[in-house]
Structure formats: structure tokens, C-alpha cells
Ligand binder design. Sequence first.
Ligand code: IPE
Ligand code: IPE
Ligand code: MG
Length: 263
Amino acid sequence: MSTSESPHDTTGAAGETFEESLLKKALGGNIPAHIGIVMDGNGRWAVSRGLKRSEGHRAGVESLKRCLPALLRLGVKFCTFYVFSTENWKRPREEVQFLMDLILEYAKEDRSEFIRQGIRVIPIGRWKEMPRQVVQALSRLSLDTAGGDKLTVLLAVNYGGRQEIIDAAKHLALSYEGRKKELLAAGEEEFRQFLYEPTAPDVDLVIRTSGEMRLSNFLLWRAAYAELVFTDVLWPDFGPADLYKSIIEYQGRERRFGDVRRE
Ligand code: IPE
Ligand code: IPE
Ligand code: MG
């Protein structure tokens, strides 16, 4: 189902906007504990308007900002945003540079806003391999927002799902050094302690914009049983109404986790 038709300001009979009625509906159902969002389509959004791809990325930051109050209203506790993948280094040098600058700007500018809203921000991925200034800004952002208790925003920066699994496996093995028997007995619960943010629960819902239907190396371990919602909306056009619709779609799914339906 496409969620592209979102008449944001249509007022219904009860004086309620379309967006508010979607929020109310979503709040009547089960709210995912952890949502992952693949923010895709920035480039196509820009090109279709005769703009440079970088303008799409800039507009994409505004979409991310619009989603935060909506996540807070829903009471979602964890949301991971896919900001930059380990594969995105393949892009033209100027685009990669622009994205670095944008992350830097966002991490610096929005710090007080995150604190005000009670949002804890945690970078995940091999983000420490980013340029020094980006690493410093992300470290500071995460330190300064550590007290936020309403919502945890995980920023996947230089993130790859395979890399997360490799890194976790290495750290797990190192922590059992000299204890081979125990290492061989370790299972899922021991392994998950070594994922990038062990306090985060498994992902219930992955949303991907722009009509692409793939994971592109996003949260492979944590999203093992996630519901996937794809929308044709390009990320810079995505707003609270689209988020509420995605959650309503998720609420309509039957999650079985390998079991059978029991009446
Ligand atoms: C997503 O938008 C942003 C990043 C991957 C950083 P894209 O830049 O992938 O946009 P499209 O897919 O080319 O339209
Ligand atoms: C995934 O989008 C990465 C981010 C959104 C940061 P891409 O646009 O890089 O994915 P592919 O290349 O289409 O699979
Ligand atoms: Mg893309």
C-alpha cells in the first residue's frame, strides 16, 4: 500500500485534522518498542525538482526533525535512523563530503533541542572511523543527551549490519579469551550484549521510503523478526502522517515468530 496521499491539513467532521485522526488510531493499537527507518529517496526527490542531490539530503534532515515529535507522541522508546551506510563511501567524493558536513551541522545545532525534548541520541556503527570533527560532535551529542528518558534515537552512521555482527562476534570471542568451553556454549543472549547498543530491544518495525524493497545492510541481527513496511513516499516528503500510517499498517500484521496462530 502506498502512503503517498497525505492531505496533511484536511479537517474532518469532528474538527480533527487528518494527521490527528491517524495519531489517535495508531495510539489505539500496539506501539512498536523499536522502529528502524531507512531514509531513502533524497537524491530522487531533489533531481525531480531540478535541484542538486545535496538539496535532497538537506530536506531529508527536516523530515527527520519532523518525525521526532511524532515518535514522542506515540510513545515509541527507540528509533534507529539509517544516516550513512558502510557502502555509502562508494558515492562521489563531493556527496560524501556534503553528508559529513550535514551530520556535523545537525549534531551541533540540534543538541539543545534534543535535551529539551528528553531525547537521548546514540550513534551506532563504525562511526568512530568518520572524520575527527564528526566523531567529536557525535560523542559530545551523545554525552550531552545521555539524560534523555523519553526516546532514544540511534543514529546509524557508517553502519553496516554485517559489520555489526562481525564486530559483536569479535568482542564476544575476546571476552571469553581462555574460556573456550564457555565460548562454545554462548547463545543469543550472550551475543546480543555485544551489539552496538545493548540497551536497545529487537526491532519490531522497519520502514523504508522511496519504493525500494530491500534492507541494504540495515539492522540485520535485530530486525530478524521485524515487520517491514515500504512506502513510495520519498524521504524528504515523509512526515508524521506517513509515520502514523506505517504504524497502523504494522498493527494490522499478525506476528507469529515461527509459532502457529492460537485462538
Ligand atoms: C538516502 O537517500 C540518503 C542516504 C543514503 C545518505 P539517497 O541519497 O539514497 O536517495 P536516492 O536513493 O538516490 O534517491
Ligand atoms: C540505504 O540507502 C542507506 C541509507 C539510507 C543511509 P541506499 O540508497 O544507500 O541503498 P541502496 O544502494 O539503494 O541499496
Ligand atoms: Mg538511495
